[in-house]
Write a protein that binds this ligand. Structure first.
Ligand code: NAP
Length: 290
């Protein structure tokens, strides 16, 4: 029941109709008995500042931020948490006395989900596909876990170079090697762990993959794709066909949401039942996601 005391949360992105975040937060709130609602807000790129100020003025308790606003929202916030500073992208806003503080829970979401899938980067040669916000979170996870090396492949090599420069400085070693998308041909290694972080292959263009040559997939032992619609992206299908273990981004989505929910409710720890319910709910809802 919505009442005058119901707390409002939401997610802003553009477009936003495909988001499964309201489903997840509804399950969390129901399982934990919290009086809240969570809405999806379609915010055009030139309206980000107005949306942040308006949300604050309306008393919205917290927000998630998704594509394409994860970086452009930063100037309108009351400071950044260390993790968001490191990654240079924000996906969660927590209300303070002066505005919203920016956090990045994609790092927690990805590392928890990869660990559960049995995918560890320790001492492994990794291939990161993409150089946007999700890629920065993934690069941080791979470097932090102790990857032997991370080849960062991206359509715009300049973006991969910036990502590599930032992370190599942070970790104090030349761990990330920037490359163009077709640079994989020069990678001598096999048995690699690949993390796909571009939006290429997302529904309704599920037949696409950022790398199409089947030879690429023979280099992989494990492949993680942040995409979860379709459930098995063409990237993951190619990797599985080449014999790699694969995992999609659905658990990452649930775990990044869990970390945001716990930031909004200090002291609260989501129950195993709440997490399990959210995972089931997104599996059920994915049929209607586009
Ligand atoms: P972003 O910052 O806009 O970055 C997009 C990336 O995709 C860039 O590397 C971009 O390359 C690349 N790209 C876009 N179109 C391309 C194309 N046609 N061909 C080749 N590369 C292309 O977006 P993001 O925040 O990183 O999000 C990326 C994806 O991750 C989205 O699908 C998002 O939904 C998903 N995601 C999932 C989760 C989860 O919990 N499962 C969490 C975060 C993000 P350029 O640099 O050349 O533009």
């Amino acid at each position: 029941m919505i009442s005058g005391k119901t707390k409002l949360y939401g997610v802003m992105g553009w477009p936003i109709g495909h988001t499964l975040s309201p489903v997840i937060h509804w399950e969390f709130a129901r399982a934990m008995g919290i009086d809240m609602e969570y809405m999806a807000f379609s915010v055009e790129p030139d309206q980000v500042e107005a949306a942040v100020k308006g949300a604050y003025a309306l008393g919205i308790r917290g927000m998630n931020v998704t594509v394409p606003h994860k970086q452009t929202v930063i100037p309108f916030l009351d400071g950044l948490d260390k993790g968001a500073q490191v990654v240079g992208a924000v996906n969660t806003l927590v209300r303070t006395d002066k505005g919203y503080r920016g956090y990045n829970t994609d790092v927690t979401g990805l590392s928890r989900s990869m660990a559960e899938a049995g995918m560890t980067a320790r001492d492994r040669v990794c291939i990161l596909v993409g150089a946007g916000g999700a890629a920065k979170a993934a690069a941080y996870v791979l470097a932090e876990e102790g990857a032997a090396k991370v080849y960062a492949l991206n359509r715009t090599i300049a973006h991969a170079e910036v990502l590599a420069g930032d992370l190599n400085r942070l970790f104090g070693r030349e761990i990330i090697v920037p490359m163009a998308l077709d640079g994989w041909r020069d990678i001598p290694d096999t048995g690699c762990l690949a993390v796909q972080t571009t939006s290429v292959g997302m529904a309704p263009k599920g037949e696409e993959a950022p790398i199409e040559d089947v030879e690429f997939y023979k280099k992989l032992d494990m492949a993680f794709d942040v995409i979860y619609t379709p459930w098995l992206s063409t990237f993951l299908m190619q990797a599985a066909t080449a014999g790699a273990k694969v995992s999609n981004g659905s658990d990452m989505l649930v775990y990044q949401a869990a970390a945001a929910f716990e930031l909004w409710n200090p002291g609260l720890k989501l129950s195993g039942e709440a997490i399990a319910n959210a995972k089931m709910a997104i599996m059920a809802a994915r049929g209607s996601a586009s």
